[in-house]
Write a protein that binds this ligand. Structure first.
Ligand SMILES: Cc1ncc(COP(=O)(O)O)c(C=O)c1O
Length: 456
């Protein structure tokens, strides 16, 4: 038994606490403790080995305004000194202000928000609202997407009347194809395809019971972890038409793509499409304090003036998180970060295209704003993937991990451990041209590891 009043904290002790007592997310549990981060500032972070590295993933696309902005730190401290939190049936000043701000920056008449502790919970809330609003069970979701990590906690809440609003049997998910033109599931070619993948969705809605049975469709407007997939320009306007025709709600998961990441406040803004429900997290507070949001259009929000809103959480609208979000949103505006994302994003995409000229392991380059992906292949002609489907969860089948290790050795973190074939670059929106050059030069070297896996 260790003395809990004075826990020893040598490097060796901390390493053993990590390895013996913690679960690490989405991975085979490491035999060695991961590098411990001591400090972070702007686009860089310092680890216990004394090295400084460039953060080209914004910590899984959350630290959009850069690390440790003192203005947000001060806002959190000030709120902590005043009131850390209070029961969600009371309100706090930052919670009310944040709700108004979100109505301002989200498109169209998106105007009423439920605040939760993170992105997963924001999507859970979206799905529950979708069921409660439509009374229907089926939600369409596209292959190659990630919407969160929890399982069925409400179904487990047996005998609690809050679970009664769950549609019987829970959500029924109906998978549909993605507009992933590089590997079209329908074996079509854009633009000759005339958006066959959207027509497919129309047909699926009809076959699944249309307006009687289908509640909504959830999607990432620009898909993140599963490959930085940017849809063709006509995709979302056409999808909006179809959803309107069937009364199916569009749920845009902007957890990664929101808050300036793609060069607009939200990715759907590129296509002037207003979803019925939008979810967000990450860039909302830039991960300083966990927070997620589910914003709905006015007619949906108004319905819950009469209908019981069957969802909630102790931390819904936590005061510290709301104070952080309010200050963070002001900083996006004060420092013109959305504009910088668009401008630097164009530069990063250009540089990524140059990498493709040099590296046979790059099959495709895609991106929007500071959200740029390099898709790795073993063979450009056949497009044989560098990482087979499932490579992330099966041992020894993910050469991208070697790229990730090489990047770390050379002094950079990018998104290279995600599922699929794509190494993504998503630096904080404050990034400069010189920092992009530095990061791309490191990526250039690290990609030699991937090139070694290309078929000769
Ligand atoms: C698009 C998307 N939705 C939802 C989530 C889940 O968010 P969280 O990890 O905050 O629960 C993520 C996380 O990466 C995400 O990328």
């Amino acid at each position: 038994m260790i003395d809990l009043k004075s826990i020893p904290a040598s490097k060796k002790d901390l390493d053993s606490y990590e390895v013996d007592h913690l679960f690490h997310s989405w991975s085979y549990q490491p035999a060695q403790a991961p590098l411990r981060v001591l400090t972070a500032k702007g686009v860089r972070f310092k680890t216990e080995d004394g090295r400084e590295r460039l953060d080209f993933s914004s910590c899984f696309v959350s630290h959009n305004i850069g690390h440790q902005d003192p203005r947000v730190v001060e806002a959190i401290c000030e709120q902590a000194r005043t009131l850390c939190a209070f029961a969600p049936n009371f309100s706090t000043r930052p919670r009310a202000v944040l709700a108004r701000m979100l109505a301002e920056i989200t498109p169209g008449d998106l105007s009423r928000t439920f605040l939760s502790p993170g992105g997963t919970e924001a999507n859970e809330a979206a799905v529950k609202i979708c069921h409660q609003f439509t009374g229907r069970r089926k939600i369409l979701s596209r292959y190659r997407t990630y919407h969160g990590g929890t399982a069925a906690s409400m179904n487990l809440s047996v005998g609690d009347p809050r679970s009664w609003a769950q549609v019987s049997g829970g959500t029924e998910v109906v998978p549909v194809p993605h507009p992933y033109c590089y590997r079209c599931m329908l074996h079509q070619k854009y633009p000759e395809c005339d958006l066959a993948c959207v027509k497919y969705i129309d047909e699926v809605i009809e076959l699944e019971g249309g307006s009687e049975k289908v509640a909504g469709i959830i999607f990432e407007p620009v898909t993140g972890a599963n490959g930085i997939i940017v849809p063709p320009p006509e995709y979302f306007p056409k999808l909006r038409e179809i959803c309107d025709r069937w009364g199916v709600l569009m749920i845009a998961d902007e957890v990664m793509s929101g808050f300036g990441r793609t060069g607009k406040w939200f990715a759907v803004d590129h296509w002037n499409v207003v979803p019925d429900i939008m979810t967000m997290a990450k860039g909302m507070t830039c991960a300083t304090v966990p927070l997620g949001g589910t914003v709905v259009r006015k007619h949906i929000g108004d319905r819950f003036k009469e209908q019981f809103f069957s969802h909630g959480a102790t931390y819904a609208g936590h005061a510290l998180a709301c104070a952080a979000a309010v200050r963070t949103i002001q900083i996006y505006q004060e420092d013109n970060l959305i504009e910088n994302s668009a401008k630097m994003g164009r530069y990063l995409l250009e540089k990524a295209m140059e990498l493709k000229e040099k590296h046979p392991s790059i099959g495709d380059v895609r991106g929007l704003g500071l959200f740029v992906g390099l898709e790795l292949v073993k063979n450009r002609k056949t497009k044989e993937p560098m990482v087979p489907v499932g490579g992330k969860v099966r041992p020894g089948m993910n050469p991208k991990l070697e790229v990730a290790r090489k990047l770390a050795e050379l002094g950079m973190m990018a998104m290279a451990a995600n599922p699929g074939n794509v190494v993504a670059m998503a630096p904080p929106l404050i990034v400069t041209k010189a920092e992009i050059d530095e990061g791309v030069a490191i990526m250039d070297k690290a990609l030699e590891v991937a090139d070694a896996h290309v078929e000769k």
